[in-house]
Design a protein around this ligand. Structure first.
Ligand code: NAI
Length: 317
């Protein structure tokens, strides 16, 4: 009965990200309908989601208060776009990262939805204005960019275009919060949004330090997971500053000049080709041979799931 009152969510594209969104919305009791241009993909996605929810349940990592079976029963497949998005309160587009494709899919979707349906794209880096500018319902469109793996890393960057109706931003944020994600609002056009910009700043400096021979690839990764990453799992860099002195102002008094002088040695964006690349590839293959990637991904996902659980338990206290 609860499922009936919750409303319908449409998922368009049922690859890696579409499947994750389906499980997230079902965990909060929404009726989820998934669609894909390949009917076989819908069938595979339903089977995969079922297995994943049961496994999550077994390991105590299932989100929400419904049982795995209840969550499975909330997710259904559909072979056409019309029935997937019609009467949905929220649609999450998850088709491949291609501007023309997104343009077409949004054009197709807008013909079938209501005046208050939120049309959200999972795009990692395409500005929403690019694929919504010619739409009738462009005020209903926005980007809701998840973080991989979305089930365990809840950040969602919510990005409006200049014509997105602010009420749709608010409602999207509300729904995302309700299903347990952590939405942040990107207020201005920003290439790469924000999460990837910060990630690229980190990658740039790691790349430079390894290719200039300051540190090995193995050790720079330790700097993150044994050091900075330990605290970033719980507090951000600005709170780190605020707590590591008597507040932000005092931190800057003490360390501001050092930050400026070290940062002035960063130099331009590193070169991602040539001998630097060859050396980086060599070190990474030695650390993790390519035939061990699947194993290492499993290790990563298990650990992320356990961390997500720990964080949830802290939040409940
Ligand atoms: P994917 O390749 O795993 O899945 C895409 C699915 O869309 C496929 O099943 C494909 O058959 C289907 N599809 C293609 N054309 C379609 C159409 N016209 N209508 C309906 N379905 C169609 O891709 P993935 O990784 O799930 O990415 C989806 C989106 O999410 C992309 O925009 C990507 O940038 C974004 N994203 C991906 C992340 C990742 O780590 N993979 C992280 C955050 C965002």
């Amino acid at each position: 009965a609860e499922s009936e009152s919750k409303g319908k969510i449409g998922i368009v594209g049922s690859g890696l990200i579409g499947k994750s969104w389906a499980m997230i919305f079902a965990s909060a009791g929404y009726n989820v309908v998934i669609y894909d241009i390949l009917p076989s993909q819908v069938k595979d996605a339903l089977a995969s989601v079922k297995t994943q929810l049961k496994d999550l349940n077994k390991s105590g990592m299932l989100r929400g208060s419904l049982s795995a079976d209840e969550q499975v029963s909330l997710i259904s497949g559909c072979s056409n776009l019309h029935d997937t998005v019609k009467d949905a309160i929220y649609v999450q587009e998850c088709v491949p990262e291609n501007l023309e494709l997104k343009e077409q899919v949004f054009k197709d979707m807008e013909a079938f939805v209501d005046d208050d349906t939120i049309l959200a794209s999972s795009t990692s880096c395409i500005a929403p204005s690019k694929f919504t500018k010619d739409l009738q319902r462009r005020s209903q469109c926005l980007v809701a960019h998840p973080t991989n793996p979305p089930y365990h890393a809840p950040l969602v960057e919510v990005v409006p275009s200049e014509w997105t109706n602010p009420a749709f931003m608010d409602n999207a944020k509300k729904i995302l919060e309700e299903v347990g994600q952590v939405p942040v609002c990107i207020k201005q056009d920003s290439p790469g949004f924000v999460s990837n910009r910060v990630q690229y700043a980190i990658i740039n400096e790691c790349w430079r330090l390894v290719t200039e021979g300051v540190i090995s690839a193995e050790d720079i990764d330790k700097v993150m997971w044994a050091g900075l990453g330990m605290r970033y799992a719980f507090i951000g860099p600005l709170e780190v500053m605020h707590l590591n002195a008597e507040g932000m102002e005092n931190y800057i008094e003490r360390y501001g000049p050092t930050i400026e002088s070290v940062s002035s040695t960063f130099g331009p964006t590193p070169n991602y080709s040539g001998p630097g690349l060859a050396e980086m590839v060599r070190q990474m293959k030695e650390l993790i041979p390519l035939d061990k990637l699947a194993e290492q991904r499993k290790r990563r996902d298990d650990r992320l799931a356990a961390l997500a659980k720990l964080k949830q338990d802290f939040d409940k206290q």
